[in-house]
Write a protein that binds this ligand. Sequence first.
Ligand code: SIN
Length: 278
Amino acid sequence: MVFTITPLTQHMGLEFRGLDLTEPVAAETREALNRAFIDYHVVVIRDQQFTPPQFIAAAELFGELQPHDKKELHVPGYPQMYFVSNEQTVPGKRFISGETFHTDHSNHPAPPKATLLFPASLPTTGGDTQYVNMHEAYDDLPEPTKRRIEDLNAVHVYQSRYSPRELRPLSEASARVLPPPGIHPLVRTHPENGRKALYLNPVRIESIVGMGDDEALDLVSELMTHATQKKYEYRHQWQHGDMVIWDNRSVMHKANPDYDMNERRYLYRLMLKGDVPV
Ligand code: SIN
């Protein structure tokens, strides 16, 4: 397969065109995709046409599927495939998942290394996904801040009592199989590219080990303000056929509910197993 690659910003994101991931993928193409994922953190593969099993097979070019916490919600017929949809509700209101910056499933002792989305239905405009580069954000921190946070660990639970937004409650069956909270360094080193990154998630961080809650909240808020500056961002404007994979060890992301809610936004969503952050 002849394909082209184009950087999406100066600091992250790589676009592939000319690939058809429903066809057998050569070893060197698979290697190029995985290298791009590790070095560019967000990879966009344009012009794909997937059924759910084909999307799963394409995701598995990058690793092994990680089950989602909400066992009760999945694409009909595919328990291993979750989805995001603007048609979901929690009692009394519409529910948009992922509306504030976060990294996925950081409440797990070994959070997923990657998340993938593939759109089945998109609004005419808007509904972008924003990403921020947590390696660049870490590198730019003042040295005293780096020294202050280098040995700190945060406790990540399913939903922090300080979360800026509500998550959908888990069913009893899903809550029963939830792993114990993840206790993760605020600064993690990527196991494959060797770079340090801030590892933050205000939705799930309930405390910082050895620190009072007020001080911990101030610190997380200060680091979030720094990390979410526009200079660290890649903003993905969805097109039909986009398969997007991102590295949860390198970026935070968020969804934008800035479109006409009479239009349907529905994307298939998969995650891939990761390792214990160090
Ligand atoms: C998510 O947080 O995975 C959802 C992202 C999106 O819907 O754009």
